[in-house]
Write a protein that binds this ligand. Structure first.
Ligand SMILES: [Zn+2]
Length: 410
């Protein structure tokens, strides 16, 4: 498959709809090459032709525009963490079609975690109206990407399990493993961009029960450390004489702002499902309970302290807060804003408070991002998948296409 097909799909994806001559101008390809590649895309049902309703201002015939057929393919993303697994299904335009999650009791055996993953994938496969071309996994780190495995210090149950290979064999599609926070930053980048704007850099902060991670993208590329992890924002110390941390230092942010620190502050009963307890705390705060509200705001203030350090160090264009449970990120943002609001403003720069917001996709941000990365990979190099797609009769709507040679029906 010619690489021009990928360039063309990428341009149409970015702009929503484009005429053939605009594609030629943008990609630098000849009109003949564009026409030939577009014919393949039409035959495979990946794009539609639509007629612009208004004639061009310069007169002449109305141009035929090309737009991506959202139902031609779908992509699945998984967010794997110790208290919860979340799955998302997106279409070929990157719109969320379905999401689902399974809560896990912390420390459950490996088989229960794998069963939860399979159950999520089955549910999303049956929700999808179009063939799924790839599964992306965003997990806690560190990971061994080339082996498709986790090697987490805190979430050890999946360490050594060949997760990528297992899912590829079961579902017959390409599977990739990425750090969840990095996947989420990629997802946010897709949601923020417009035809004329691409975020230069995004720092995505993920807060869950056990930790606080930091995923970075810069110029569209994710950043991962040489040990297969991301920035451990949770282990940045905010007080050298502060609370002792398992890493050997004192005053680490995770001891003040993680879900676990929050529950300890609230003296919550930790014998039951920690994820469920965390969800209830956010719910109680929303209903106006002052203890839950103040504890969340205080955790957010500590997070704000850490975010200012991130900002001083990296100056990302956007700082995004995401949490593993609904409504939590909003409270963290409120608390962080309270802290940041007390600082003197730098007059000559865009203030952090103007660049700070919560994840657009809420608690499904990582799963969405992992799916969006699969979509990005397809748009970059669509050849292998397009070759496996059946031809569509020109007089038949593309949405009627049903068969696809992927095993497992996804
Ligand atoms: Zn620490």
């Amino acid at each position: 498959m010619d690489t021009s097909v990928g360039h063309i799909l990428g341009s149409v994806d970015r702009h929503g709809e484009l005429a053939r001559h605009s594609i030629a101008e943008m990609t630098g390809l000849t009109r003949a090459t564009v026409s030939k590649a577009v014919r393949v895309l039409l035959e495979k049902g990946l794009v539609f032709e639509t007629e612009r309703t208004q004639a061009s201002s310069r007169g002449g015939p109305r141009p035929i525009l090309l737009t991506i057929n959202p139902r031609a393919l779908s992509f699945v993303g998984l967010d794997i963490r110790r208290e919860k697994i979340t799955g998302a299904l997106i279409d070929l335009r990157g719109a969320m079609m379905a999401s689902t999650s399974r809560r896990l009791q912390i420390g459950v055996p490996t088989k229960i975690i794998l069963d939860a993953i399979d159950s999520i994938l089955s549910e999303l496969a049956s929700a999808s109206e179009s063939p799924t071309a790839g599964i992306g996994i965003g997990s806690v780190g560190p990971i061994v990407p080339q082996k498709g495995m986790l090697r987490s210090r805190h979430f050890t149950e999946l360490n050594g399990v060949p997760l990528v290979e297992r899912l590829e064999q079961a579902w017959g599609v390409s599977v990739d493993l990425q750090i969840g926070a990095v996947a989420a930053a990629h997802g946010e980048e897709r949601l923020m961009r417009t035809p004329d704007y691409l975020p230069r850099s995004i720092a995505f902060v993920v807060i869950d029960y056990a930790g606080i991670g930091l995923g970075l993208t810069s110029g569209g590329e994710g950043w991962i450390t040489e040990h297969g992890g991301v920035g451990e924002l949770g282990h940045v110390s905010i007080d050298m004489n502060g609370r002792p941390c398992s890493c050997g230092r004192k005053g680490c942010l995770v001891q003040y702002a993680s879900g676990r620190a929050l529950l300890q502050e609230l003296k919550a009963d930790l014998s039951e499902d920690a994820g469920a307890v965390l969800s209830r705390v956010a719910e109680r705060a929303r209903e106006g309970e002052s203890l839950a509200r103040e504890s969340l705001l205080e955790a957010g203030e500590y997070l704000g302290h850490g975010l200012v350090d991130v900002d001083r160090l990296l100056r990302p264009e956007h700082v995004v807060i995401g949490a593993s449970h609904d409504f939590m990120a909003d409270w963290y943002l409120k608390g962080a804003s309270r802290y940041i609001g007390r600082l003197p403003e730098a007059a000559d720069e865009r203030r952090l408070s103007d660049r700070l917001h919560v994840a657009s996709m809420g608690s499904t941000a990582i799963a969405y991002g992992a799916a969006a990365l699969q979509l990005k990979k397809f748009l970059h190099a669509p050849g292998g998948i397009i070759d496996r797609m059946p031809l569509i009769a020109r007089d038949q709507p593309a949405s009627q296409e049903t068969s696809f040679p992927f095993a497992g029906g996804i």
